[in-house]
Design a protein around this ligand. Sequence first.
Ligand code: SF4
Length: 236
Amino acid sequence: MEPTQGDYDLSEVDGIDTLRQRMADAETVRDWSFILSDYISFGNNKISDNTGIFNMNSATDCPNADTENCQVPWSDCYAHKAENIYKKTLPYRRRQEYLWECLDAETFAKAILKIKERKRNAFDYIRFSEAGDFRHKGDIIKVDRIAEILSGEIEVYTYSASDYLDWSEAEHFKVMQSNERDNYGDNLFSAVPEKDDIPEGAAQCAYEASDGKVKCGDCTLCIDQRIDRDVYITLH
Ligand code: SF4
């Protein structure tokens, strides 16, 4: 599927009517927490189970898809590949976007804290946008407010190629910038041809360096706001 940059027909998204009905019926933070828990995943082959993942939009609808901002060619975008391979992935991520649009930061954050209370395996981190990216300043302000409310309980982080946005209000979450077109993140996450090309003072991604034994969440180089270090993967 070609990138839409966010221009698609919401009424054609599978499951949107059911989600809308659930949202219309939600009265309490607890109700919202049950809805949100169906739209947050925990862990995958690269991310530890102590990390929740929420996408503000899909890769197909990513504002940076197939543009010069994104360092990954559109045909290599793994988040987009998943949306092509698995029939349910794109509609799921579009429903995440709808939920993101409709839910205010306070309710979102309080619902996350309720999920944490209920969950047998506690989690410590939330990663925004494994697929997709920040579209406008409103996304930054909302994530920042959520991170502020969660502060002390859950750390929030993201990677972004949206260098053209004003990131000055991203104070409570960590931003790993994924291009060098501007100085907009806390640190850089980028790729170099070989390990020897990693600049002095920067680190090789622990997941790569450990052959997948150390996952994000076990390693907090890109998560912990107190760590001031650029991170690189190698292209081999
Ligand atoms: S450096 Fe650590 S936190 Fe960053 S991507 Fe690699 S494993 Fe994840």
